[in-house]
Design a protein around this ligand. Sequence first.
Ligand code: PEP
Ligand code: MG
Length: 324
Amino acid sequence: EQRELGHLRSKPSRTLDGVDITLLANAESREDVAHAHTLGAHGLGLYRTEFLFLQRNGLPDEEEQFHHYRDAVLGMSGRPVTIRILDLGADKADRSGLVLGREENPALGLRGIRLLLAHPKVADTQLRALLRASGYGPVRILVPMVSTREEILALKRRMTRQVAALREEGHVLAEHVPVGAMIEVPAAAIALPTFIDQVDFLSVGTNDLVQYLLAADRNNEAVGELYSPLHPAVLQLLAQVIGTARAHATPLSVCGEIAGDPRMTPLLLALGLTEFSLHPATLLEVRRAIRDCNHGELRARAGKLLQARDRRGIERWLAGTCPP
Ligand code: PEP
Ligand code: MG
């Protein structure tokens, strides 16, 4: 199967009717970055940084982080590299000392941007390392678990201060480092027009968005049936978010697991998505699915998709589209 897909390494991610789709990679290790590069990913859409904090005792310092981020940037040789700031919470086994104590509802607790704003020194250290890496190639900073406009503003204020401090110290940074928000909390998806003016790009984290929208724990087998993107509420919210981003000409990708599932490709194209971020392991399969799709036909069938009343209706719609 892998060999069969091999010829797609050098092929464009273009639909039958000539629409080019951007395929970015999700990565969390050096190996992933190298893999993404060889498969011709257009850049990194989600570089998770938790591993730097989980594989050790204590916190990684600025220098250690800087080397990791710079290596990711150099590894993608000039293609944009989207690095997500720390998304830790009481749900992850942590030896950094950052996550204090257990929480009864870790998914609803102090995680992502909330945890970082509660630990400004940790946020500043990571921002400094990222900003320094921006001197070596295009870096974009992605903020996890955003639920309010104020969180974006607070993070950007810290960043502005660090930009000035680093320049003062003689570091060479990019002219502009774009800041984007993860859309994974329903409030952020619904209220997107209230803060879209503050972000340079968006990335939809469907893994969490589905969990929060359907009130179904992503790790709880007992509600595994319910935890699915094939719910009308998920599709309607995705369509709304994609439409808002398009109306504001703000680049948007989906970086949750559905972006890497070739069975979901026609559905995402129908909803108007043009940027996917996915693990390199399934990049070529998704590229093949894209190349089998007719974009115009799918867009024309989006209305029908959004009228589906249940999972079976959505599955019937999918069964009637270009086969992956
Ligand atoms: C998501 O929530 O969809 C996502 C990409 O982030 P993570 O899986 O790391 O929470
Ligand atoms: Mg998430």
